[in-house]
Design a protein around this ligand. Sequence first.
Ligand code: NAP
Length: 259
Amino acid sequence: MDLHLQGKSALVCGSSKGLGYACAMSLAREGVSVTLVARTAQLLEKSAETIRQATGAKVTTVAADITTPEGREQAFSVAGMPDILVTNAGGPKPGDFRDWSKDDWMAALNANMYTPIALIQHVIDSMINQRYGRIVNITSAAVKMPIDILGLSNGARSGLTGFVAGLARQVVEHNVTINNLLPGPFETDRLKETAAKTAQNTGKPIEEIMQARLKSIPAKRYGQPYELGDACAFLCSAQAGFITGQNLVLDGGIYPGML
Ligand code: NAP
C-alpha cells in the first residue's frame, strides 16, 4: 500500500532506540525526511546512520532533552515545522506512590503530559494552515489497564489522553489528526528496566520475571518495535485522515475489554 508519505517531514522524539526509533525507521522507509531527538548524541548519530543506510531518507539529529523548553527549541530549529510529529520520551520510574515527592510527580507530568502538549501547541497552527498534519503520541497500554508500580505513568499519561481527546475533534476538519499508540510489552530497553525493578522488589531472577510475563500475554511473545513503527506510519498516511482521537492498544491481546 502506498501511504502517500513521500516528501513529508517528521519530528520523531525519543528516537535513538526502542519504539521512537522504530517509528522513525518506518516513516523513513515511506520516503519521509525525519529529525531524530534523544539526549545521548553518540547513539543518536549511530541510529540516524542506520536509518539513512536502510532507507536513503534524509535524517537529521538533535541531541537534546525534549522535556525542556531549550530542548524543544533546538528540535524545532532543525526540524522546522514538520508535517508529522511523533511525541515520545522515557517513561517515569516505577515504584511505590508512598515514596514519591511532589518533584517526582512534576517530572512525570512534565515529561509525559506537558511535553507532548507543548510540542503539539508549537506545530498545530502550521498543520491547520497547510491542511495536513499527523500527530502520534506514544503513551502506554497502562492508560487502559493501569500497572501498579507505574503510578506516575498511569497518572501523567491519562492526563495527556484526556487533553488529546478534546483537541483531536477540534482540528480534524483541517485534515490534522491526533492519535495515541498504547504499547503493551515491547522488547526494548525500557521493558528490561521495568522487569529488573520487579526482580529487585521480589527477589526473583529477572529471567523468571520475563518468562512469567510472557505467559500472561495471549500472543505468547513480546511485541517487536517495528510492529509499532509500522502502525505509526499508517496513522500518518493520507488514508488515515478519518481516524482521530483514537487510542490504539498494541499488546498481543492482553487488554481483555471489547472496547
Ligand atoms: P527506550 O527503549 O528506553 O527508548 C527511549 C528513547 O527515548 C531513547 O532514544 C532515549 O534516548 C529517548 N529519550 C528518553 N528521554 C528523553 C528525553 N528527555 N529527551 C529526548 N529523548 C529522550 O524506551 P521504549 O521502550 O522505546 O519506550 C518509549 C515510551 O513508551 C516510554 O515512554 C515508555 O514508558 C513507553 N512504553 C514502553 C513500553 C515497552 O514495553 N517498551 C510499554 C509501555 C509504554 P536518551 O536516553 O539518549 O535520551
